[in-house]
Write a protein that binds this ligand. Structure first.
Ligand SMILES: Cc1cc2nc3c(=O)[nH]c(=O)nc-3n(C[C@H](O)[C@H](O)[C@H](O)COP(=O)(O)OP(=O)(O)OC[C@H]3O[C@@H](n4cnc5c(N)ncnc54)[C@H](O)[C@@H]3O)c2cc1C
Length: 412
């Protein structure tokens, strides 16, 4: 499968990023983290905070896979919505999952301050809307359910709030807090560099090809036949982790999703507070802005049913991808007719993995008791990575956080 295609926007200026060596001998460590995307970086950070000896390896360069194509919208809300999530995992778990997301946005902002990362982080309001008048009651119930757990949001309706946005909507939830935007590649590099100064060892171009996993001591072997012996193995390999679960019936759904980045625009007329926007259609459309007044619009997802097929292995300048980019451009122009000259600057596609309930898989899998998995599948990959990093590091420290139950494998 190909994880990314065309020109992922966050890979500009990669030549300025720090380069790490590849592993050139056998080593021993407390913790080995496999995967150097944003999930691996956050996982390393939480283990380093506990003073453990950590090694992070990536088969390629840091932050060049899913992390490099991410729209990097950080939002507390999990896509099915609170009411639907309750029907999947129960009231308490669903409420916890929403509040975890809320706290995770705050926590990531604190990490950014702590490491002094110029990753263009900015808090933003978020608007989730529907064009379907039949959904107004459901939207109101959803808004009340969120308010009941302390989330600061309000119901917008066409009658009351029509002037806030230039596009058509019937109703929506406008969240004042609990959402943000960032540059995920800059953040991943800065977080890794910060921890390298504290003793984290990082090896790029170091491909783990064999996992000899055991609860006491595991041995990982690289393509160059060097070994890493570790007390604990944390797998943060994103889509590549699916190789562990080939024998199981599919428990998640893969999509290829498409994005365009526009050139800077000179105003955001018809776009209240240039907030984060998502609609309720399937596939969703997401919109965000950047600190340079560009727009990112993502959507037009195509489901992947055949891992050997065209969509799973889509390359650059694929005619189907070009159609999806054009569709996104048409949509953003239609939504914001008062913004002059919306022109494309770059476009790209990436693999996205969703789950039935929108929640990630975090923790141990019954077939692999010797490893932890921090898999940011589901609706909020980046915040899930932070939540996973925190819970797994607590579990390794013997604190047995009960919240791991919410994100466990085999929950459906
Ligand atoms: C287009 C797109 C838009 C998205 N938008 C959002 C969004 O707005 N908000 C949000 O929260 N999430 C979003 N996501 C999801 C989010 O970006 C991902 O969940 C997150 O980037 C995954 O990071 P990761 O580190 O787990 O995976 P990756 O970035 O894919 O990193 C995994 C790393 O593991 C390495 N690896 C794999 N196998 C091995 C091996 N055997 N040995 C050594 N290294 C290995 C790879 O080289 C890779 O660098 C989006 C995803 C996509 C594709």
């Amino acid at each position: 499968m190909r994880t990314t295609g065309d020109s992922p926007m966050w890979t500009k200026n990669m030549e300025e990023k720090k380069i790490y060596p590849s592993l050139s001998g056998d080593i021993k460590t407390d913790i080995v983290i496999v995967g150097g995307g944003i999930t691996g970086a956050l996982t390393a950070h939480y283990f380093m905070k506990q003073g453990m000896k950590c090694v992070l390896v990536d088969k390629n360069k840091i932050a060049t896979h899913a992390t490099s194509t991410s729209t990097a919208i950080l939002k507390y809300e999990i896509n099915p919505g609170l009411k639907k999530l309750i029907s999947h995992v129960g009231e308490q778990n669903a409420q916890h999952a929403f509040l975890f997301g809320y706290q995770a946005v705050m926590e990531i902002s604190q990490i950014i301050k702590e490491i002094n990362s110029p990753c263009d982080f900015s808090f933003k309001p978020a608007f989730f809307y529907t064009e379907d008048s039949q959904q107004t009651d459901a939207m109101e119930q959803e808004c009340k359910a969120r308010q009941a757990i302390g989330i600061s949001c309000e119901l917008f309706t066409k009658e009351k709030n029509e002037n806030e946005f230039s596009f058509n909507f019937e109703s929506g939830i406008y969240s004042h807090y609990g959402a943000a935007i960032m540059n995920p590649v800059q953040f991943t590099h800065d977080l890794i560099e910060f921890n390298v100064k504290k003793g984290l060892e990082v090896f790029e171009n170091t491909h783990i090809v064999d996992y000899n996993l055991s609860s006491h001591q595991s041995i990982l072997t690289t393509e160059d036949e060097f070994t890493i012996t570790a007390e604990k193995v944390i797998i943060c390999t994103g889509v590549n982790a699916l190789e562990f679960f080939k024998h199981e019936k599919p428990f998640c759904q893969l999509y290829r999703t498409f994005s365009i980045l526009t050139k800077p625009v000179d105003n955001f007329k018809g776009w209240k507070e240039s907030c984060i926007i998502r609609n309720d259609k399937k596939p969703y459309t997401y919109l965000r802005t950047t600190l340079n007044n560009e727009i990112i619009i993502e959507g037009e997802d195509l489901a992947i049913t055949d891992l050997e097929g065209e969509i799973a292995n889509m390359g650059d300048r694929d005619p189907l991808a070009l159609q999806q980019y054009h569709q996104l451009l048409r949509r953003v122009r239609k939504m914001f007719p008062q913004i002059d000259e919306i022109k494309t600057s770059s476009w790209f596609h990436g693999l996205f993995i969703d789950t039935k309930d929108g929640l990630p898989f975090i923790g141990k899998h019954p077939d692999y008791p010797g490893a932890y998995f921090n898999l940011g599948y589901g609706s909020n990959g980046i915040l899930s990575a932070l939540i996973g990093a925190k819970l797994i590091s607590q579990d390794v420290a013997g604190k047995n956080p009960p919240e791991l139950e919410i994100f466990k494998f085999n929950r459906y």
